[in-house]
Design a protein around this ligand. Sequence first.
Ligand SMILES: Nc1nc2c(ncn2[C@@H]2O[C@H](COP(=O)(O)O[C@H]3[C@@H](O)[C@H](n4cnc5c(=O)[nH]c(N)nc54)O[C@@H]3COP(=O)(O)O)[C@@H](O)[C@H]2O)c(=O)[nH]1
Length: 532
Amino acid sequence: MVLAVSIALTEYLVGHYFTHLFERTRSFNASQLVEMRNQISRVFEQLHDLDIFNQEQGNACRKEVFLTQAALVDANRFIYETALKVDGGGLCSSYGSESGGLSAFAFEQSHAGYPVNGNGTTRTYWFNAGVGATLDAGEILIRENRVHVRINKGILLDALALDKNVSFALFERGKPVPVLANHAIDYSAEAVATPETIVRTQDAVFYAYPVKWSDLVALISVPAAYYKTVWGWLLLLCVGTLAALFFLLVYTVSRVYRLKFSLRAKLKNALKESQLQMFYQPIVDMRSGEVMGAEALMRWTLDDRSISPVEFIPLAEANGMIVELTEWCCEQVAKDMSVLLSCTENKYVSINLSSVALAAPDIAKKLHNILLRFEIRPAQFVFEITESFTVAGESAQAQLYYLHDLGYKIALDDFGAGSSNLAYLERLPVDIIKIDKSFVTLDKMYSADTMWWHIIRIARSLDLVVIAEGIEGREQVNPLLDVGVKYAQGYYYFKPMPAEQFIGIVTASAGRDAGSNIPVARLDDTNKFEVQ
Ligand SMILES: Nc1nc2c(ncn2[C@@H]2O[C@H](COP(=O)(O)O[C@H]3[C@@H](O)[C@H](n4cnc5c(=O)[nH]c(N)nc54)O[C@@H]3COP(=O)(O)O)[C@@H](O)[C@H]2O)c(=O)[nH]1
């Protein structure tokens, strides 16, 4: 896999490099070539003028003609030689004679050249890299009408500024000998036949493309070693990345593991160091707004950070601390609420009873003893259990009956969210069901025949008190009241709060009730549905 990825990356990078070279040489064909042609054109213009003048003077190879040309060659270092055609078929050369060093010009007789049209004239180029040709491999012959110029091919290739390991050559299609090359280059018929794709051989990597200004093909190549080097580095990079990812994974897992462990250790200290606190979320009679009671919810503040019970209760369940935590919770709630409950017979408070805690022998007895110590009336105390009760087994069920027989109320929390809630209604001594907040969201409230409506029908037929959880807006209230649900808990009414604040709210509303004739509801006797 690493191998495949590194090869794919190498192909991509080498391809990218070739595209870059391709763009560079293409722009050479455009801008650099234009610049080069401009320079050459200026020379040709002067030579044309000379040619016209010479024709007017009889068109012979006279001294002024070759002297003017020699001066031109002198002024333009890239020109080796210039020549004008004179009467009789000869060439008057800048070398100073009619034949001059112009044996190279004979090259045009035997080779076709590459015509390039522009500015109403045709300029023909001859390149030569072939063996035994009369035109030097390092030069280019150009002819326009009667004017001939032999220039240094470096003017073309130097402009490319290619790396020394990059070979660039122009080929005639099908001919393996380059007409122009910066240095020795192998011919790849496959690359020329499939332009703009990368072709690899044992020795080199090729990329070919057609040259716009002629029917030549440009072939770029780099040594195979270049490809291998890139591939080697990428392979190393892939292996390195994989190793780094592996170490990162190991590090993350070990960190999370350590954090969990330390959280567990910190939870053990939390009780001793008074980091735990009980909050109370009021439960309200939606008809009158009267606060009927509260659900006690545990809070843990560690280093100014509040840790959610969703995080630490399962941790306590897993490491055997849940019994200790539940006993502490029961005692704290009893401490916080005993005075209030003794003064307000119609109010109640509930605590959450984890099924794991309930599986512990004698937990029910211990909780009852705590509540006895604080003289809490069982009718004012509710134990909330959830669907996870299935894991608790026979003894948990027996303990729940024990509490119920003593007069405590049992509420089935998050009703509907779990899969075995209906079975609980048969098996367990349930007095109250709390409809899970996921069933009474606004979108579900106004659609007919949804689950919450069926839950209420079941509760009604079993004569159970129903509390709707998660009431966040006024819009959820009326549909619930319409079907006879009276009690609710949620942010619309109150968020969970410290004990003093809750006691303040209850005390204030009790005072108001006393003066305002609002009938004081009792959970015991108002919990029956008015049958419609
Ligand atoms: N065994 C124990 N379980 C406990 C105890 N204390 C809490 N818990 C359980 O932890 C769960 C998360 O509780 P918490 O973060 O406290 O969230 C409660 C409310 O704050 C929240 N809530 C109440 N009203 C709304 C609302 O309108 N919208 C909204 N999005 N959330 C709201 O719901 C949580 C109470 O849910 P429930 O218990 O299902 O009635 C939670 O499961 C607690 O039971 C503990 O001491 N022991």
